[in-house]
Design a protein around this ligand. Structure first.
Ligand SMILES: NC(=O)c1ccc[n+]([C@@H]2O[C@H](COP(=O)([O-])OP(=O)(O)OC[C@H]3O[C@@H](n4cnc5c(N)ncnc54)[C@H](OP(=O)(O)O)[C@@H]3O)[C@@H](O)[C@H]2O)c1
Ligand SMILES: *[C@@H]1O[C@H](CO)[C@@H](O)[C@H](O)[C@H]1NC(C)=O
Length: 334
């Protein structure tokens, strides 16, 4: 014991500078990480008797959102394309929340038929729908097409959700006050809608496609809010932050190892799915924004969510209207 203490003392004295540097560096990283942890939804609102549907809820931000909704007592519908993964997620959510009212339903947003089938199932079998959360997303995949021949990212992130939301509007109106929450991204800021080549057939670039689809999310939110004025259905779009999820699954394999190595320290700064779900949860339940509609939310200041002006091209009401009409004709709603 004596020897050990002596050895320690000796070690500390010899390496005082190094240890101090290591300690300060470690503490700084932790402080920075806490600082970046960011927004939390502080609302304690209960959702007993209410129904929430979340797309892409088997993993990532959607799964954490679903868990939170279940903890608040809601009936939670996980609308997912992979039923095996969805059932595993539902089991975990039921177990962690103690809420048995968590169900899975099949939804592949890359197929209009699948979207219509799910919408019909919900219309026929659910009494109400209080919160619809359009969360599912695919990022920077190769040039893929949906079952209906649409470019994959625009098809899944925007068109599938556009059709789904429209098909569920009657039920949402019947359940008012109700909400539609659209998970967009900061990526919308560099986006534009390529009206002359919406499927990017001429020159497909994965970033361009993702940005277009996320800009479409914000424009859709604004136009939808306008159309729903006076119905008691309010609409919110949001950026969740940069979150450690499976979203990079198509992007990461294309990044060379040396770039990954350089980026390694920054991985520490990426937020957890729980942190990533906070802005979505805020938009879904926060009481103070119950009568606000059509705005875009993200973390502001250190620990708060709030509405934030999106990029100028996301405020273009003529483009929002044009995108609505184009989308309606693409999915066969016009
Ligand atoms: N992570 C971030 O840093 C970040 C930043 C900004 C915005 N966002 C947005 O946050 C949302 C959630 O993403 P995440 O980060 O949680 O990613 P994730 O872990 O990859 O989860 C995406 C979810 O979407 C589902 N999905 C993908 N294609 C689908 C389809 N065709 N039909 C039905 N579901 C489909 C996935 O299902 P499978 O598991 O079956 O593939 C999965 O459940 C996305 O809209 C994304 O754009 C994320
Ligand atoms: C929202 O509007 C309803 C109906 O007008 C009102 O009862 C409620 O207090 C309002 N809520 C907020 C947070 O402003």
């Amino acid at each position: 014991m004596q020897n050990y203490a002596e050895l320690m003392k000796d070690f500390v004295e010899r390496h005082a500078t190094g240890l101090t540097v290591a300690f300060v560096a470690g503490a700084s990283v932790l402080a920075l990480r806490r600082w970046l942890a960011g927004a939390v939804c502080r609302s304690k609102v209960r959702l007993d008797g209410k129904t929430v549907l979340i797309t892409g809820a088997n993993t990532g931000i959607g799964k954490e959102t679903a868990l939170d909704m279940a903890r608040r007592g809601a009936r939670v519908i996980l609308a997912c394309r992979d039923m095996t993964r969805a059932r595993i997620a539902a089991d975990e959510i039921r177990q962690k929340s103690g809420n048995g009212n968590v169900v899975v339903k099949k939804l592949d947003l890359a197929s209009l038929q699948s979207v219509r089938d799910l919408a019909r199932d919900v219309q026929e079998n659910e009494d109400r729908l209080d919160i619809l959360i359009n969360n599912a997303g695919i990022m920077m995949c190769p040039k893929w097409k949906t079952a209906d021949g649409f470019e994959m990212q625009f098809g899944v992130n925007h068109l599938g959700h556009f059709l789904l939301t429209n098909c569920l509007l009657d039920l949402l109106k019947k359940s008012a006050p109700s909400r539609v929450v659209i998970v967009s991204s900061l990526a919308h800021e560099k986006g534009r809608i390529h009206f002359d080549d919406i499927n990017l057939d001429k020159d497909y670039q994965r970033e361009r496609s993702y940005r277009q689809s996320k800009l479409a999310n914000v424009l859709f939110g604004r136009e939808l809010a306008k159309r729903l004025e006076g119905t008691g259905v309010t609409v919110y779009s949001l950026h969740p932050g940069v979150i450690r999820t499976e979203l990079g699954r198509h992007l990461l394999p294309t990044i060379p190892l040396w770039k990954k190595a350089i980026a390694m320290p920054f991985y520490l700064l990426i937020k957890t799915p729980w942190e990533g779900a906070q802005t979505t949860i805020y938009c879904a339940v926060e009481e103070s924004i119950a009568n606000v509609s059509g705005l875009y939310y993200r973390q502001v200041h250190l620990r708060d969510c709030a509405d934030k002006t999106p990029a100028p091209q996301a405020l273009d009401d003529a483009a929002a209207k044009k995108l609505w009409d184009l989308s309606a004709s693409m999915v066969g709603l016009a």
